[in-house]
Design a protein around this ligand. Structure first.
Ligand code: NDP
Ligand code: 2IT
Length: 463
């Protein structure tokens, strides 16, 4: 795995020592987790960003925080047997990585996608620790999922699989232990089945064990919208720092799932023109702007492919394949689908076409090489663990409402979300300035998220 090139070349003695330490721990990670390329990538990015922190405060090295934090507190891996509609027995593998509980119960989504494996679970869980810390709310880091492919499955199959998954997972979670939510392939429908099954097994209505629930049973208003809206609020802060505004900007949003749809909704509400979005088969493009009601109908109601859009809007174009979307000229690119969707080549294309800001709605959608291209070319870069933290932040607000047994209005949640996104942006900027990389939100996010967790770990002793 290549190192990032964004750190300064001329290093002080302290920085050289910190770099040597980070590389030593990185070697242990590679040895202990062979072949886990996504996990290595997330580790590399975070580790390199921490060099300026360790150089200034060597106590984090002395306390062995990096060695401890990179190792999950616990990983659970389990069999998920279920019966399909034809009566055939199927088996999937389920996971829950309980990564870090220094500042709160484990918290993070569940992903159902055929690509799920230990590497993807660990990269997501590791990032989640720092993201959750950045929200300023009391939540630790975790992630879960299964290599189950929801595509083409009937409603009955989805429910039976999800219930079987919960039959094992229920014993490992709880409102003060570990609080899952959705991620790719898991939305309000699946959370409903999981919660219903958990409640049945436990014989208790423990509302706070899941977030992202339907508001009819204690789900927070605004949670569904929170990740996408939050990413746009974060973008607004980034643009403000350069005296720019979303109004009139041309935006590309990849994906057409939960994060994408509500990023499009808020971007449009703030006066931007969203010209393209996608799914794993291809992308749609309309230079005059997309119609969100049609996208919602196709994706949320009918659960069909994005190519259907051109049947309603013949002026729009559909192209097979995902990466072509980044060749469309835009001011703002928001990758909101999955990991590593923007590589170096796509990044160069975006830069050539004059992109002003790249904001990660998804987790790790840009490769390390792509991030280097953006930062070295002066493109504003919003890293996922800051930009998409609005989702988990409103999850924490859902936990708070569940504990109080009182709901907040949509407006109240949205107001709090806006404040949280502003605060996250400020924290990242302040840390980037304090550690000598002004404006580098990736370094700022990694350092400020890490510090909060590391300080709690130091106070708690060797745990
Ligand atoms: P959804 O399942 O609702 O939507 C995912 C979208 O991305 C779909 O359009 C899907 O297309 C596309 N996609 C998924 N995998 C791939 C792939 N391998 N290649 C190309 N396209 C793909 O998930 P979310 O919107 O919830 O999540 C999107 C991203 O945002 C993920 O990285 C997730 O971890 C991250 N995230 C989600 C949060 C949330 O609150 N939901 C919070 C913070 C981050 P198709 O339907 O064809 O598979
Ligand atoms: O990646 C993420 O932050 C999520 N999938 C949301 C996690 C949550 O607990 O709301």
């Amino acid at each position: 795995m290549t190192e990032m090139a964004i750190l300064k070349d001329a290093k002080t003695l302290e920085e050289k020592l910190a770099e040597r330490y980070v590389n030593e721990v990185y070697r242990i990670v590679i040895k202990r987790n062979p072949g886990e390329k996504e996990f290595h990538q997330a580790t590399r990015e975070i580790f390199d960003s921490l060099i300026p922190l360790f150089a200034k405060y060597p106590r984090y090295m002395e306390q062995g925080i990096l060695e401890r934090i990179v190792e999950p507190e616990r990983t659970i891996m389990f069999r998920v047997p279920w019966v399909d509609d034809k009566g055939k027995i199927r088996v999937n593998r389920g996971y829950r990585v309980q990564y870090n509980s220094a500042i709160g119960p484990y918290k993070g989504g569940i992903r159902f996608h055929p690509s799920v494996n230990s590497s993807i679970m660990k990269f997501l869980g590791f990032e989640q620790i720092f993201k959750n810390a950045l929200t300023g709310l009391p939540i630790g880091g975790g992630k879960g999922g299964a290599d189950f492919d929801p595509k083409g499955k009937s409603e009955g199959e989805i429910m039976r699989f999800t219930q079987s998954f919960m039959t094992e997972l229920y014993r490992h979670i709880g409102p003060d232990i570990d609080v899952p939510a959705g991620d790719i392939g898991v939305g309000q429908r699946e959370i409903g089945y999981m919660f219903g099954h958990y409640k049945r097994i436990k014989g208790a209505f423990e509302a706070g064990v899941f977030t992202g629930k339907n508001p009819t049973f204690w789900g927070s208003l605004g949670r569904k919208e929170a990740t996408g809206y939050g990413a746009v609020y974060f973008t607004r802060e980034m643009l403000r720092s350069k005296g720019l505004d979303l109004k009139g900007m041309t935006v590309i949003v990849s994906g057409s799932g939960n994060v994408s749809i509500y990023a499009i909704e808020k971007a449009q509400a703030l006066g931007a023109k969203v010209v393209a979005c996608s799914d794993s088969n291809g992308y749609i493009y309309d230079e005059k702007g997309l119609d969100l009601a049609t996208i919602k109908q196709i994706k949320e109601v009918e659960r069909k492919r994005i190519r259907e859009y051109v049947n309603y809007h013949p002026r729009a174009k559909y192209r097979e394949g995902c990466s072509g979307i980044w060749a469309i000229p835009c001011d703002i690119a928001m990758p909101c689908a999955t990991q590593n969707e923007i590589d170096e080549q796509s990044a160069r294309m975006l830069v050539k076409n004059g992109v002003k800001a790249v904001v990660e709605g998804a987790n790790m959608p840009c490769t390390l090489e792509a991030i280097d291209v953006f930062i070295n070319n002066g493109v504003l870069f919003g890293p996922g663990k800051a930009a998409n933290a609005g989702g988990v932040a409103v999850s924490a607000l859902e936990m708070a409402q569940n504990s109080m047994r009182l709901p907040w209005s949509f407006e109240e949640v949205d107001r709090k979300l806006q404040e949280i996104m502003k605060r996250i942006y400020r924290q990242c900027i302040n840390a980037s300035e304090e550690f000598g990389y002004p404006g580098n939100l990736m370094i700022g996010a990694n350092i400020s998220g890490f510090r909060k967790v590391a300080d709690a770990m130091i106070i708690q002793g060797v745990v």
